[in-house]
Design a binder for this molecule. Sequence first.
Ligand SMILES: Cc1cc2nc3c(=O)[nH]c(=O)nc-3n(C[C@H](O)[C@H](O)[C@H](O)COP(=O)(O)OP(=O)(O)OC[C@H]3O[C@@H](n4cnc5c(N)ncnc54)[C@H](O)[C@@H]3O)c2cc1C
Length: 383
Amino acid sequence: MNLELSEEQAAVQQLAEEFVEREITPHVIEWDRAENVDKSIVKKLGALGFLGLTVDEEYGGSGGDHLAYCLVTEELGRGDSSVRGIVSVSLGLVTKTIASWGSEEQKRAWLPRLTSGDVIGCFGLTEPGTGSDAGNLVTKAVRDGDDYVIDGTKMFITNGTWADVVLLFARTNDTPGHRGVSAFLVPTDTPGLTRRTIHGKLGLRGQATAELVLEGVRVPAAALLGPEGKGFSIAMSALAKGRMSVAAGCVGIAQAALDAAVKYAGEREQFGRSIAHYQLVQELISDISVDVDAARLLTWRVADLIDRGRDFATAASKAKLFASEAAVRAANNALQVFGGYGYIDEYPVGKLLRDARVMTLYEGTSQIQKLIIGRAETGISAF
Ligand SMILES: Cc1cc2nc3c(=O)[nH]c(=O)nc-3n(C[C@H](O)[C@H](O)[C@H](O)COP(=O)(O)OP(=O)(O)OC[C@H]3O[C@@H](n4cnc5c(N)ncnc54)[C@H](O)[C@@H]3O)c2cc1C
């Protein structure tokens, strides 16, 4: 694997870096305190092609490979994980899944609008009673003539109140476990679908996380994505690639923690010298630096495997597991470098730690990643 970026990759990285400095960094504290990212960011992300990365130009995508996608995600994660999550979910989990599994009609109906940022998507898998055990979800879609009628509740849905379409997973027959699950594309203005913003999150405060309640939501059979009964495979294939994007966002958090810690250590003086002179402070910075490099290399390996058409699911779990735990460690170490100032939200590192904390929980907890990796190594499933 060549670790040198191509001209195109370096250009897209620079574009993302400049976008973050111009459109995100000046607003980060304000959005976090207000629990609300300015929604106009979505159109700006679309205009630069960041919501269409890896998607065919024929459907409005901006093409590019998965390393370019990682580079953009990392930069957005360095700026604000709440914005990074918009892309990881709308592009990573919804748009790319429609591109892989959608009919020609579904691709033409949704992809150009999703990639331009005219509309935004959310991914509805988790329910109040089923998180890690998503295959046992209870939301039901019952066939009624040419339609399906859907009833159930979805929990913790990123972009939930902003989204125009939800990629929704529901049970279409009574076969227990994941075999009875199907995937649907449900416009969020369909009668019977209501949304409630979830407030009080530890981190990702600017992000629109919601509970979705579906009561007698009627959709045409054409809303089914992929074959009936294949929904769980569709969800798992989306999440496997999604884990690369979460990992890249975590690299961004760790890099932001490193940059902030190095800068502050050089400026802050105690005992007559900058604290960067003290070896115990250098140890904190050195630990962050190693975490950044290791997490980035594991993440880039996933991009390389996907682009070469190789198996990547276990590598994606390893990258997500390591990078998410590394982001928490890195932000925590950076906060230590900042001393008491790190605990105040005028400085960036407290938010990095709060935002990092969810990364070991969503898109499969660290425990679930370990079970996936353990199964790949032993051939024995613990699920
Ligand atoms: C901010 C945020 C955004 C989210 N966005 C989305 C979204 O857009 N779409 C979506 O569908 N979901 C989303 N989620 C849900 C997220 O994916 C789930 O929270 C996650 O999968 C864990 O499920 P749970 O919270 O029900 O925890 P549980 O599954 O109840 O787990 C609780 C604990 O038990 C452990 N555990 C569970 N099973 C096992 C096992 N077999 N072996 C060992 N340990 C186990 C877990 O690791 C964890 O430590 C989001 C969550 C948050 C917090």
